[in-house]
Design a protein around this ligand. Sequence first.
Ligand code: UGA
Length: 444
Amino acid sequence: MKNITVVGVGYVGLVTGACFADLGNRVTALDIDEERIAGLKRGELPIYEPGLEELVERNLAAGRLLFTTSYEDALQDAEFVFIAVGTPEGGDGEADLKYVSSAAESIGKMMSASCIIVNKSTVPVGTGDWVADVITANQDQSIPFSVVSCPEFLREGSAIQDFMNPARTVLGSLDLDAAEKVAQLHLPLRAPIVVTDLRTAEMIKYASNAFLSTKISFINEIANICEALGADVKEVATGMGYDPRIGPHFLDAGLGYGGSCFPKDVKALAYMAEEKGRHPQLLDAVMEINSDRRRQLAEKVRTALGDVNGKNIGLLGLTFKPNTDDMRDAPSVDIARLLSDAGAKVLAYDPVGMERAQAVMPSVEMVADPYSLAERCQALVVCTEWNEFKQLDLERLSEIMPVPLIVDGRNIYDPKVMAGLGIRYFGMGRGYGPDGNPLQETSG
Ligand code: UGA
């Protein structure tokens, strides 16, 4: 059992804290947001993440997980202090380090014994060195400490599963003894451990997110070409994915990436490159292809309906991906805006995200279930691939929609099944006409 403090109880901090507690450590999770901490002490979570509520409850009850707003209490016996605060996007695409900075200042001021600072937040390359300087500058008396970078690779919606079964643990530090101690903490997770220097570890995180974003933009570019040539991108991706050099993951074409990580991290990496006089051509193209997807989907709806002005359009799914209520950089927000600007009335249904969504799209009417939505709409637009939508009674949909039309931004339906039901169907990069037959425009 180790004494661990986690600074920040957002997605990363809360999942990291609860999981380390579940592995038998004594974890104190700190946040300066008093309301959040008071809620957590009562077992109320500020975010939706499958399995997290039970994990927090169990470890609170076992006394392994404590919540506090006091740095003094949190640092008293801490052997490891994880920094897991947000690094939002700054004005020009650079990461804004104000929360990391204030966490480091407070740690420096309140530290009473030697400990290892472990940075989990996604931070620009070089931040680990800077954090060490900030802590030292804020110490009244010199207390030794080391900084280790340990980037997180959790996905929202499967964060606990990802934490407990990581593909790898990356540790960066100039102090190999400190890195070894952090490695020991991760041993129960039985994953390969990559030990390197601070800057390289920080870069591994950006490079990983940028590569995954590139895969998504690549398949979306192929989708565009498939659409023009009469091929089906879903089958193309399946055929490509069997090659182990390519792999089957992150080849789902559709609306592109959103959320709180990929958009901000690709931008931040491009910013870091430009600052040093490098031209990040590929990253620029990845971002451009990604933002085009939302516009292209709105255009598809316009083309399918002739004109959207005065029509009711229903969005199926609002969150940036399934199994989360996170609306950050969700494609649905841009799509709703583009359709409203063109004169449509936008309605929507999402299994868990409607409350949060309403705050960012106040003019969109939220509807209680997919069928009530379908009854009132001239077109349904799939923005998020929730399982619930994969299991809809499509026959019923085809009967209750005034003129059945689905524009599927996530390619969850089979064009042939749709054609069989008499539903006009448009996917993303699927070279099928609304009759479910392949387009025959490939001659020449
Ligand atoms: C992502 C990474 O997957 C995590 O490894 C990383 O730790 C995290 O960012 C982070 O930096 O904190 P996350 O943003 O939760 O995790 O979600 P993903 O499941 O990776 O999906 C990101 C976006 O890509 C979503 O909008 C999703 O719809 C989209 N996506 C994903 C596609 O459009 N196609 C795909 O094939 C896969």
